[in-house]
Write a protein that binds this ligand. Structure first.
Ligand SMILES: [Ca+2]
Length: 177
């Protein structure tokens, strides 16, 4: 038992092996918000103070792992949500990856897909941050009046530029080199 900020509490340290699921324990000085004397650097697929929470599954393809979101957010929020778990909004460098993501969405939503943000954004005018120049614009797109790009449910998940403030699902990607 340790006396800590006036209350008696059990001060846990790395000696107690608090980090689960292969998380790496780092000793730290306890502070007011968190009286524990450790923090956990979680391994792949887990999060939380003691790596107790499994992150929903990523699906492998090529050199990456992809995950469809459970929730719908604006483009900027989607980007932040991916980055919070060490990922980024999915980039789509070629038709194989594009086809894989469409297939993943279609099978997940059993043929009734929702729109999903990807990591493509307008730089200026009609110039988008594509990789290797690959695009899969829906017929008549892009109109180049909006900055954010999604796989459009109304057009067989082909690409569309639209208002970044729409609430859509999104795809996170973790890349291993
Ligand atoms: Ca558009």
């Amino acid at each position: 038992m340790t006396r800590f900020f006036g209350v008696w509490s059990q001060l846990r340290t790395c000696k107690d092996r608090p980090c689960r699921h292969g998380g790496h324990c780092i000793e730290k000085t306890p502070d007011l918000r968190d009286s524990n004397g450790f923090r956990c650097d979680c391994g792949f697929g887990f999060s939380g103070p003691t790596c107790e929470m499994p992150i929903p599954p990523y699906v492998p393809f090529g050199n990456s792992f992809f995950k469809l979101s459970d929730s719908k957010m604006m483009w900027n929020q989607s980007k932040a949500a991916c980055e919070e778990e060490g990922a980024h909004l999915a980039v789509v460098p070629d038709s194989a990856t594009n086809d894989f993501l469409k297939h993943l969405i279609n099978t997940t939503y059993e043929g009734f897909p929702s729109s999903h943000w990807i990591g493509v954004k307008r730089l200026k005018e009609c110039n988008y941050t594509t990789i290797h120049g690959f695009t899969d614009w829906a017929p008549g797109q892009p109109v180049c009046n909006y900055d954010c790009v999604h796989l459009w449910s109304a057009s067989n998940l082909m690409w569309d530029d639209t208002d970044c403030k729409h609430l859509f699902n999104y795809i996170c990607e973790i890349t291993f080199f």
